[in-house]
Design a protein around this ligand. Sequence first.
Ligand SMILES: Cc1ncc(COP(=O)(O)O)c(C=O)c1O
Length: 399
Amino acid sequence: MLTRTDEKARGLADLPPVMNDSLIALIGMVEADPRADKIDVGVGVFRDGAGNTPILKVIKEAEQRLHDTQVTKAYLGSAGDVRFAELLRPILLGPHANDDRIVGVQTPGGCGALRLGFELLASANPNGRVFVGGPTWPNHPPIIRAVGLAQVDYPYYERGQGAIRFEDMIEALNSAEPGDVALLHGCCHNPTGADLNEDQWCEVVHLVRERGLVPLIDIAYQGFGRGLDEDAFGVRAMLDAYDEVIVAQSCDKNFSVYRDRVGSLWIKSGSPATSAKAMAHVYKIAREMWSMPPDHGAASVHIVLDDPELRERWLVELKGMRDRINSVRQRIAAADPRLAFIGRQFGMFSMLPLSPEQVLKLRADHAIYMAESGRFNVVGMGDGQIDRFTAAVVEAMDA
Ligand SMILES: Cc1ncc(COP(=O)(O)O)c(C=O)c1O
């Protein structure tokens, strides 16, 4: 065999430059701004009235118990913490908790669940296309790209009116072929805050079933919208009607354990045997990526959910976070009729009717930081900052 002498080995220096993730860049800009009264509504974590992201009291207590009682850090195995997944079942699945065609596994956060779910779908049907309503969470498209599936975009949201473009959504899903994937936000849509209502969910469920699509529901904020059961309406309606459902779930927000990376992936198929086979693929794929999920965060959530008293207190702390989100929404909505739609939306995010220029002016003039799309975290600011924020936004809209 001839040796090629004209080809130079490529090394790390040959890598192309990487486009900066704009939300990560925004965090750096906030840090670098010396103004004491700066407002950071760019980052996607819950903050309380004082502007902090505290560790939940029940998690602190669970971590103490874990510290006192854990006797080994030997590997957990591919399935991760099996009891953790068992305890999550009724919270996510409700009346479907005892359906043995539904299997779940611990994952490193909601991102891990999404990656694993899409990898599984790509293994099963590499030609399937993923239908994605825009705008969506900016990490969805790269994950879909990473697994090699094609993405079909459709418009989900009418920004100026704060309304869902439901007819466009239905038309797009109607054009999908059997085996194509419908990516759906379970609740608290990120970045728009615009959730499907119950009638709309039922119509989407019907359509998915009629057309033989595979729904992948991303539910990262259960309990931040209307309540734990209410926020799972779409997941459960899909499970009511359909045999093939994938759910990517995150506990990072509703247990406030963001950096501990806690999530789970759920698969429903037509039979326990098919679900077990799919889960064997999931373990194999996970083994190739992170081998086994990390323990600490899921172990803490497990302790909370396994203790009736801690569990009750978690529900109270979760309600506290939800109530703050919804009361800040009402305050912003009351500031101007053009912001009224924010009071009808759910979860931490909404999109302000601002141009990128107006967003940049808010940064320059008022030290208010949000994504250039106008997406902002309604609980990114402390209580003492809300009036200044709304006044500046109204001024920017009027300019
Ligand atoms: C819509 C959506 N899905 C998934 C995730 C991922 O969650 P996690 O931090 O648990 O990986 C997020 C996080 O921001 C999200 O907003």
